[in-house]
Design a protein around this ligand. Structure first.
Ligand code: ASP
Length: 323
């Protein structure tokens, strides 16, 4: 019997104690704990890693604090375009959706693609039609709306029109409220993700996002691209958050598993190289969560903070925000 474990993230970026009030911090911590406990229960009951990560990401999509599902960020045009992916390490089955605008839970659509399609990635209207045919819930764009993301988008538009990582946009708001300098224009994120190792030693990963605030319409990041923002095989499961373009260019999630498989590198060292060396070399900012089949967990990031946590079956959940 394997010591089953689940890890989750709620995005990385300019997340500092100074920009966070105590009530807000509590909200994030409680939300992360709640999601980890749900994943932990699935694993404790003998559920699969695939089921645990799908449910964890669905719950994160339902929570308006995070940039996925309800609470997603806006495009430059003020619309919502969501991406998600899920991968089963035991079989290398994968499913993903990109640029969807009407799905309540993009991760469930990704899971439906994994289970019920010969294809891996569906985009736009075709993804929505596929999900609808599988009985998944469609919503009006207003469903995703939160005042906080709307205000963030307006500030990002006002700030030279740059695209911002969700939590960097939040920091920008706090700094502007205090009348201090705005954030470095290159720093920007807020995606959600989960990775798990179940009691049979099988691995799975899932990632879901609204993308970066003020992104161009039609832009797709790393999240729905297998190997970039989401990957699982029989060596490691990885879910990423950060400046998507750089995670695509470094094939970040797959790189962690590849280093372990071909170079015998440990999970922790492989993830560290990606996050602390390969990504920064091309100005990539963010982090990732990863587990291996021995149940090791690593949660590295190169930003000020990353909403993150992990839970082993039978043990207390462990949640952190800052570096
Ligand atoms: N990686 C996501 C993207 O580029 C953004 C994020 O992690 O917040 O779409």
């Amino acid at each position: 019997m394997q010591a089953a474990v689940i890890a989750i993230h709620g995005g990385a970026g300019t997340i500092t104690r100074a920009a966070m009030d105590a009530a807000r911090e509590r909200e994030y911590i409680e939300a992360l704990q709640h999601v980890l406990q749900a994943g932990q229960r699935i694993l404790a009951d003998g559920g699969s890693a695939l089921d645990a990560v799908t449910e964890a990401v669905r719950l994160l999509e339902e929570c308006p604090l995070f940039n996925a599902g309800k609470g997603a960020v806006l495009t430059h045009a003020g619309t919502y375009e969501l991406d998600a992916a899920v991968m089963d390490g035991a079989t290398l089955d994968a499913g993903a959706v990109a640029c969807v605008t009407r799905l309540r839970n993009p991760v469930l659509a990704a899971r439906a693609v994994l289970e019920h399609s010969e294809h891996v990635l569906f985009a736009g209207a075709g993804a929505e039609a596929f999900a609808q045919a599988r009985g998944l819930e469609l919503v009006e764009p207003e469903y995703y709306f939160t005042q906080a993301r709307h205000d963030q988008w307006q500030r990002a538009r006002a700030n030279a029109g740059m695209a911002l990582l969700d939590h960097d946009a939040a920091a920008l708001a706090a700094q502007q409220a205090r009348g201090t300098e705005p954030i470095d224009p290159d720093s920007k994120f807020g995606t959600v993700g989960a990775v798990a190792c179940d009691s049979r030693g099988n691995l799975a990963a899932a990632t879901s996002t609204g993308g970066v605030t003020n992104k161009q319409v039609g832009r797709v990041g790393d999240t729905p691209l297998i190997g970039a923002g989401c990957y699982a095989d029989d060596v490691a499961a990885v879910s990423a958050t950060g400046t998507g373009e750089m995670f695509i260019r470094t094939v970040a999630a797959h790189d962690v598993a590849a280093q372990m498989r071909y170079a015998g590198v440990s999970l922790e060292e492989a993830a560290r190289r990606v996050v602390m060396e390969k990504l920064p070399a091309i100005q990539g900012r963010g982090g990732l969560i990863a587990v291996d089949r021995a149940g090791n967990v690593t949660l590295p990031f190169n930003t000020e903070g990353m909403y993150r946590g992990f839970a082993r079956v039978g043990e207390a959940v462990d949640v952190s925000i800052y570096g």
